[in-house]
Write a protein that binds this ligand. Structure first.
Ligand code: ATP
Ligand code: MG
Length: 293
């Protein structure tokens, strides 16, 4: 087993009971940093493998893949999606970024807007943030919950556990119907986030990425980490695992995410559709027509 495969096992969480965030270091690189050229070659190979797997996924048209990315600001969600998905055919991939909910969103249950964006069979859907915000930012800022127009008597002290349960049920339902759900928490350290914020302030080409709100959210770091830990404990399952991906080194984040997607897709044993007798006859007839032109 390669170092990367071994590492993948460590960062995959399929059962939350004993999960502790402090067992996962944001700076981990599985000792692969000694040979960055090799790491880059591995990522390139994985991008190509992913493209080949996606081609089969699309042709077979049975499974759908849902990739969920959650993280603190500047952890690298955008860059990871850009790099890891760079080889896939845009026709077979849809990316949705979930921002602050609209008035229409708030007029529905909290899963509604995500359900509308689920990937079709044969496609890879990427959620850049997701319904998990409903147990992260909304938990850290309870005033957001007040703004959701839920009948007050339904908002009890169990509200977060209720939401974990709804999410777990939703993902079980998706899994039962052929959607492979993989969830990535890009685990950046507070120190590295600060460094990246300074980079966004210092470099004119990165200024646009900085928002004052990002620096404000940072003040709630501890509450966010608590919310992430509880959420992973409550929603990690074998059919919808969480991957806690070290995010202080971007090249390693990309490598781990790419390897995790490939590993899970290979388990699906995707196949190009088999050509049956009738189809073979159809192909032979088409050949005859073309040859006779
Ligand atoms: P970028 O890397 O460009 O900053 P981003 O994902 O942080 O990407 P922003 O527009 O900066 O995008 O932020 C989106 C904001 O929307 C985040 O602060 C997030 O917490 C918030 N958000 C997303 N979903 C919800 C939700 N369901 N309820 C409340 N806030 C939400
Ligand atoms: Mg942001």
């Amino acid at each position: 087993m390669s170092k990367l495969e071994r590492f993948l096992r460590q960062c995959r969480v399929t059962k939350g009971t004993s999960f502790r965030l402090k067992d996962h270091s944001p700076g981990d690189t599985a000792h692969l940093d000694a040979d960055k050229t090799k790491a880059r070659a591995l990522l390139q190979r994985d991008i190509e493998r992913l493209a080949a797997l996606q081609d089969k996924l699309y042709a077979q048209d049975r499974w759908a893949i849902l990739l969920i990315f959650q993280a603190m600001d500047a952890a690298g969600k955008d860059g990871t999606i850009k790099h890891v998905m760079s080889g896939v055919n845009p026709q077979g991939c849809q990316v949705y970024s979930f921002k602050v909910p609209s008035a229409e969103d708030l007029d529905h249950d909290f899963l509604w807007r995500s359900a509308k964006c689920l990937p079709e069979r044969g496609r890879i859907g990427v959620f850049n943030r997701s319904y998990y915000e409903e147990v992260l930012v909304v938990r850290v800022h309870p005033e957001l919950l007040e703004r959701q127009e839920i009948p007050p008597r339904l908002v009890t002290k169990d509200v977060w556990n209720d939401r974990y349960e709804s999410i777990a049920d939703f993902e079980r339902h998706l899994a039962r119907n052929g959607t492979l759900v993989l969830k990535f928490f890009l685990n950046v350290s507070r120190k590295e986030q600060k460094r990246r914020f300074f980079e966004r302030l210092d470099l004119p080409d990165k200024n646009w990425k900085f928002s004052e709100a990002d620096a404000k959210e940072r003040e709630h770091w501890k509450e966010y980490m608590r919310a992430y830990e509880d959420m992973i404990r409550a929603t990690a399952t074998p059919h919808a695992p969480w991957y806690v991906v070290p995010a202080d080194n971007k090249w390693f984040t990309h490598l781990v995410v790419g390897a995790a997607i490939i590993d899970a897709m290979e388990n699906l044993a995707l196949q190009y559709p088999k050509v049956d007798g009738a189809k073979k006859a159809e192909l032979a007839a088409a050949r005859e027509i073309l040859e006779g032109e």
